[in-house]
Every structure is written in structure tokens, then in C-alpha cells.
Design a protein. Structure first.
Length: 180
């Protein structure tokens, strides 16, 4: 048994992880759709492959991606972007998505992807790697904890989007006006 794999699982063929290339955008988009379905968030999906291509490979990339492949066929991906820690006064990395095709799970592919993103964080000199996990995804939580991740129970994600984002932005514009 491979010590890097969950108990009871064995690898099937050699899996490699590499940086995504522009030709991989359709595969990444498919994985994003599959992830949205898995997370029961398809109703929030506004996926545009041209935007994804621009954000990954344009003149000012907003994010990066890694692809896991078996026999040159994509079986999973990880997408990450840079953040900044004011307390550390250093850039950090945020893992936005890590997804392995359902038929490929339990073979160590998620572990390979997580380790590859951690290596990218270290290559960039980042002191930490952060990500979110849904509270009902107990399999992923257990996996992350086995890798030494701490779940921060005292922090909650806040989000402005849609109308709430529009209202906040509009209020800032109004408050920028000189008062009489």
C-alpha cells in the first residue's frame, strides 16, 4: 500500500500534476461545472470560458491552475490565487477549488494536487496556504485534517454580492460627493 493514500485505496496508473495550459480551459471549465453540481451550487454558476482563459493566461493573470492527469487525460484540478497577510506582511496563497473526478477519488489524486499547491506557495515564499471547505463535506474535512490543516472555527466568511454589493458600491459613490 502507498503510504500517501487513504487506507484501502490503491493507485491506478501513473498520475502527474502539471501547470494548466491555455488548451486546458475546457477541461477546467468542465471540472468547475462538476464541482458546482457536487456542492449543490449550480444555481450560482456563471461560467464563461473566455473570462476563465483571460484570468488564467491573460496579460495580468488573476489566478493559476494545476491539472492532474492519468494517461494524458485530466482527472482533477486545483485553482489558486494570491492573497496578502497584513499580520505577516507577506503574500499568501488561497486554494479556491480542488476537485477530483468522482471515479478517480480515493487514489491519492487530491493529495497530489494539495501538495502541488503547497509547493507553489513555498516557491512563492508564502507563509501560508488557506482555503474553505463546506461544513457538510465531512470527507474533505477529514482529509484536510489528516494533512495537518486546522479548521478555524472562530472565523466566518463574509460576502457581498449581487444587490448588496451594488448598494454598498453606490453608497460609497454618494459619500464621495462633497457636502454642502
Amino acid at each position: 500500500m502507498n503510504p500517501g493514500l487513504p487506507a484501502g485505496s490503491e493507485p491506478v496508473g501513473v498520475v502527474g500534476v502539471r501547470a494548466a495550459a491555455p488548451a486546458d480551459v475546457p477541461h477546467i471549465a468542465r471540472f468547475i461545472r462538476d464541482l458546482a453540481r457536487f456542492e449543490r451550487l449550480e444555481h450560482q454558476l456563471d461560467l464563461d470560458e473566455r473570462r476563465l482563459h483571460e484570468h488564467l493566461f491573460g496579460p495580468s493573470p488573476a489566478c493559476g491552475a494545476l491539472l492532474a492527469e492519468r494517461a494524458q487525460q485530466p482527472v482533477g484540478f486545483a485553482l489558486y490565487f494570491q492573497t496578502y497577510s497584513t499580520f505577516r506582511t507577506q503574500p499568501c496563497l488561497h486554494l479556491e477549488d480542488l476537485f477530483v473526478a468522482p471515479e478517480e477519488r480515493g487514489r491519492g489524486i487530491g493529495l497530489l494536487l494539495l501538495r502541488a499547491v503547497a509547493a507553489e506557495a513555498k516557491r512563492r515564499g508564502c507563509p501560508r496556504l488557506d482555503w474553505c471547505v463546506l461544513d457538510w463535506n465531512t470527507g474533505a474535512i477529514g482529509f484536510y485534517e489528516q494533512q495537518g490543516a486546522r479548521l478555524l472555527s472562530d472565523w466566518r466568511i463574509c460576502r457581498l454580492e449581487g444587490e448588496a454589493l451594488e448598494r454598498a458600491a453606490a453608497a460609497a459613490l454618494v459619500s464621495d460627493q462633497p457636502s454642502c
